[in-house]
Design a protein around this ligand. Structure first.
Ligand SMILES: Nc1ncnc2c1ncn2[C@@H]1O[C@H](COP(=O)(O)OP(=O)(O)OP(=O)(O)O)[C@@H](O)[C@H]1O
Ligand SMILES: [Mg+2]
Length: 681
């Protein structure tokens, strides 16, 4: 086999040529400089040598000079195969050293093979006369040699400088990209941490690529899972925590199988937290799949608030309905009550009819109680808010509780030391507490403990279920039967009761709810079956001082002879009230609405000493009518009645402290007393 020796200092060049020649059936030996080549050739002389010029230790020219001076080698064809920086002088010098050929790159590979083949053919056929070094003097040779090498080196230096410059540029560019990447990574890392969402990124082959602290917090994952970075184990740990592992697993599996899909799911956990989960694939610009990102958001609090809002809206709607019905019903009751009263007055004491009338009155009274609760719940009951010390109210109340709750129940009152002053309608608040007590008693048929305590409470938005602010907190606790969640959801609805027919109407808490709302307060329940129940009422504290309390009136019904203008749009109520007033000696002028009132006043104005007026009427409201009358007679006295004024009070601030107001259904006794009181004032 023909053996070719290659000398080149650049490994890639050697490799290329070696492969090419071997591919063409030659045996190839390679050296990385002149002296190595010489050594190899002397050991086993090749059939041809192909060499580069610039090489360390011994360059191509020096090698050629040694080669042609060596008796053993000088017959073997010597071929220079050199790259750039070549000019005619180089070739001239090479040939003067006795080289057979001087081939300049770049040549197509097959051309080189062809050329070498030719040379070898020529040798074989005796056509190639081996080159003879021209016998220059040593000094001339060295001069030529130096000059040639210098030229080549200068060119090579130039080339190196250029590539050096290019490299410098590249380094600058790389550094720029590097710092740009660093900057972006910092932004991404910060973005990943500065969020309330838990983030997990899983690679295409199911390994965890990254996650944030919040993610670990939310899922409470053990640290070995994190160091191990195995998605499978993490999934197992998550499955232990979710309420429905089956569907959780199916969905995750589905998403890993359907690489293009995004999804949004709500996940319930065993510990009653709720997560919103969003998942999307990570897709490269060429459409390649890199994995999947998972976002988790804890929406437990949000869901709770939504539920509360829904509940409040439901109550609002039921309240509007109940209040509306109760209002109409109230007018009917007023008429019945009024006529029953009149009947009673006209009946002789020994008449048996008197008993029936008492029954009617007792019935209407119960009816009035019911509508009152409904109106309170629907917040359509007029309220007279005055500063009240909650502690005084509860202490005063304590006395009558004993009788109400019976001896089996241990009753404790624990009031805060400071006074807790809130704007309250004391009578209504008493009703609320009364109902809570009654409920507690009913929940402890075989005894237990009942505690009322008061304290101040400061609510902060982020922690508490009520609006920010300072409150008086009244807590009513019992050790009774308690309630399950389902019951608790309904207790504030009107007519919801678990008591037997006749025992409860289910209006107690509905009314309490409405009254507390009207105090701009909150009522909350905490209960567990068989453990007991605590109701908490929060009422906003006020800085207004307590008023001086007025004296109780005597039990005598006073009559009179003045003229009263009665304004009432409901015919029944108007009739019965008119009759009642006349019964007590008054002269009554009637008007059917606000406008009519102004007209009647204009006709008979001089005689009128008091206007008894419904607040809400078509055309002109009671207040407007009285204002108009007072333009003519500023000192005109007035009493307002209404069963429908909660909103008006709230919106127009109509119920000032000094206004004379009676809420419907008006008790006859209250009316007669009030009329006298106002006329005398
Ligand atoms: N302290 C409590 N312990 C256990 N269950 C209670 C308690 N308070 C209220 N409940 C439940 O709430 C329901 C509604 O109470 P609410 O006061 O509104 O109506 P009621 O007491 O049934 O009837 P009413 O108060 O109109 O006489 C009760 O029937 C009972 O099931
Ligand atoms: Mg009750």
């Amino acid at each position: 086999m023909i053996r070719i020796l290659i000398a080149d200092d650049i490994a890639e060049n050697r490799y290329m040529l070696e492969t090419l020649l071997k591919g063409n059936g030659y045996e190839v030996v390679a050296a990385c400089n002149g002296s190595e080549a010489l050594e190899l050739a002397r050991k086993t002389p090749p059939d041809l040598i192909v060499t580069d010029i610039l090489m360390p230790v011994m360059d191509g020219f020096a090698l050629c000079r040694e080669w042609k001076a060596d008796e053993l080698l000088k017959q073997i064809p010597f071929v220079f195969y050199t790259a750039t920086y070549t000019e005619p002088k180089d070739e001239e010098f090479a040939l003067s050293l006795g080289a057979e050929r001087f081939i300049v790159k770049p040549k197509k590979p097959e051309e080189i093979v062809e050329l070498l083949h030719e040379i070898l053919d020529d040798v074989h056929a005796g056509r190639l006369i081996p080159g003879e070094p021209s016998h220059k003097k040593e000094k001339d040779f060295l001069q030529d040699y130096n000059a040639t090498l210098l030229r080549k080196l200068e060119r090579k230096m130039g080339q190196l400088e250029r590539s050096n410059e290019a490299l410098k540029q590249e380094i600058v560019e790389r550094k720029r990209i590097e710092s740009e990447l660093l900057y972006r990574n910092t932004i991404l890392a910060t973005q990943q941490e500065a969020t309330l969402d838990g983030i997990l990124i899983v690679g295409g082959e199911g390994r965890i690529l990254s996650f944030n602290k919040r993610f670990l917090e939310m899922w409470g994952l053990p640290s070995d899972i994190i160091t191990e970075k195995s998605d499978a184990r993490m999934l197992q740990s998550a499955l232990d925590k979710v309420a429905d592992p089956g569907s959780f697993f199916d969905k995750v599996k589905y998403l890993y199988e359907h690489k293009d899909q995004t999804s949004r799911d709500v996940i319930e956990l065993k510990d009653h937290r709720t997560f919103d989960r969003y998942s999307a694939p990570i897709i490269g610009d060429q459409g390649q799949y890199y994995g999947r990102v998972w976002y988790f958001r804890d929406i437990t609090e949000q869901k709770k608030l939504e539920e509360q809002l829904r509940q409040a809206q439901k109550m609002e709607a039921i309240g509007a309905l109940a209040g509306g019905v109760a209002h109409d019903f109230n007018n009917i009751l007023s008429a019945i009550m009024g006529y029953a009263c009149l009947l009673q007055m006209k009946t002789r004491p020994d008449d048996a009819v008197g008993d029936y009338i008492d029954q009617i009155l007792a019935g209407t009274k119960r009816g009035a109680g019911l509508t009152k609760s409904l109106l309170a719940f629907g917040r359509k009951q007029p309220m007279a808010l005055r500063p009240v010390n909650i502690n005084d109210l509860i202490r005063g109340f304590q006395k009558m509780i004993g009788r109400l709750i019976g001896e089996d129940i241990e009753f404790t009152v624990a009031c805060a030391e400071d006074s807790l002053i809130v704007e309250s309608d004391a009578g209504q608040l008493e009703q609320v507490l009364m109902n809570l007590m009654t409920n507690a008693r009913d929940a402890m048929p075989s005894g237990g403990k009942l505690t009322i305590s008061t304290s101040t409470f400061t609510a902060r938005t982020d922690q508490d279920e009520i609006e920010q602010g300072s409150y008086a907190l009244i807590a009513v606790s019992d050790t009774g039967s308690g309630m399950d969640k389902e019951t608790q959801e309904h207790i504030f609805e009107p007519f919801f009761t678990t008591k037997e027919v006749g025992k409860g109407t289910g209006l107690g808490l509905a009314m309490a709810y409405g009254i507390v709302k009207d105090h701009r307060g909150f009522i909350r329940v905490y209960s567990e079956p068989d453990k007991g129940t605590t109701f908490k009422i929060y009422l906003p504290l006020t800085s207004r001082p307590l008023p001086v309390s007025p004296k109780e009136d005597e039990m005598l019904l006073p009559a009179g002879s003045e003229t009263i203008l009665l304004v009432e749009d409901n015919a029944n109520v108007r009739l019965v009230t008119g009759d009642l007033l006349r019964e007590f000696g008054y002269t009554v002028l009637e008007a059917v609405d606000g406008e009519d009132a102004v007209r009647v006043f204009e006709e008979n104005g001089d005689r009128v000493q008091l206007v008894l007026c419904d607040l809400v009427m078509p055309k002109k409201s009671g207040k407007e009518a009285v204002e108009e009358i007072r333009k003519k007679r500023p000192e005109m006295k007035a009493i307002f009645t209404s069963g429908y004024t909660a909103e008006i009070i709230a919106r127009k601030g109509m119920l000032e402290d000094d206004i004379n107001f009676l809420s419907k259904p008006v008790s006859m006794i209250d009316l007669i007393r009030k009329v006298r009181e106002v006329l005398d004032s």
